[in-house]
Design a protein around this ligand. Sequence first.
Ligand code: PNW
Length: 475
Amino acid sequence: MISPNGHGVAFPPDFLWGAATAAYQIEGGATEGGRTPSIWDTFSRTPGKVTGGHTGDVACDHYHRAPDDVKLMAELGLKSYRFSLAWPRIQPDGSGRLNSEGLDFYRRLVDDLLEHGIEPWVTLYHWDLPQALEDAGGWPVRDTAGRFAEYAELAHGALGDRVRYWTTLNEPWCSAFLGYGSGAHAPGRSDGADALRAAHHLMLGHGLAVQAMRAARPDDQLGITLNLYAISPQTDSPGDADAARRIDGLANRFFLDPVLRGQYPADVLRDLAEVSDFGHVRDGDLAVISTPLSVLGINYYSRYVVAAPDGGAPESYWRAPSNWPGSEGVRFVTRGAPVTDMNWEIDAPGLVEVLERVHREYPALPLYVTENGSAFVDTVVDGEVDDPDRLAYFDSHLRACHEAISAGVPLRGYFAWSLMDNFEWAWGYSKRFGMVYVDYESQLRIPKSSAKWYAGVIRQNGLGRSGQERPQRAQ
Ligand code: PNW
């Protein structure tokens, strides 16, 4: 037992401890079982888009190793596993018929998880749009929302009897603004107006999908996962405060407000007036988008510290492809805090801020941290991987979760990102987020010391005194 007396922290008895992955990042088997290409296959095969020219063709070969990977999860004591379905595996044309071979892979995975006492948590869309739908215009086109809802309804119908937790979209900010705004992610297009249309149609697809799934199985736990950030102005100057308002608007409120309040934030629409007239928003859309949810998933990695445009920014800079349409001049500054291998500042108090803010400002919902984790450079020494920095990151952010719970936030679970090292999008295999090390030559999995420590956290349902944890053997 952990004493809740300041030395250690105990979590609520039914806290859902998990780890997360995504289909394109781990599966491989890119051309097997009737799977067609997604936008990430096309993007990663385009020279210059992904570090090292890496692709997800093989990745962690999870498509062929799922049974062993589930055993590993059971050894770690995971209570839940969050994974995504590859849309082009299940519905290769992006509409119409389902591919039973693709579905069978997920049916076996779900069965296997349940047999090991692990709750499956399904994400329907973690960025792998069927290429056929991108060829028809992609997310900037309204029809894609309808296609997504159809796919969601069919996938939910095929697997829904055994899966209680369904997430529609993972991080629509990334799909819209990295995919269609800056082009750093697939499909690699860069047009601010397209990014806004994409964001709207992603959210519309989400709302339609929730309606269809709710009608089919009213008791399922339905939600969306948003990547939310703590945001601070560099100074208390009005310019820096405005920069913080703008980035909070685009990163956080642009999704929170439509989904949870049924409206776009008015100040952000003003910021975006020269980018789009929002003529793509039709009457009734926001009512669909704000269809009530059962849970909200939050992915948290870091804080943005921002400052006003410095005035010296030339016109060409203003027009450069940016993740932040209408606010391209805002500067992202560093405070010299320790960073991960992604160069993202480590800021556990920011997670408390985000959780408390969402609980305070939006309709009360059970919350889950559906991703949280860090990339660090790992080395294998005598067949072991010691990763004290990742362990400390998890430790500090779990203490943040506990602090939020103590303050009354209904946080019900936590998913470490990631179960294992995987294809880190534009960074390919050069960044390792896993608790389990993957040797991409041999496909050997090595639980790092953070994984053994996390297994101990799950077993104890809490944390010992800060800095006093010892990695524990997975049993
Ligand atoms: C998330 N950004 O991605 C994703 O959900 C995961 O698939 C990914 O592996 C993980 O976080 C780590 O990156 C993000 O540039 C990618 O702000 C980029 C950003 C945010 C989240």
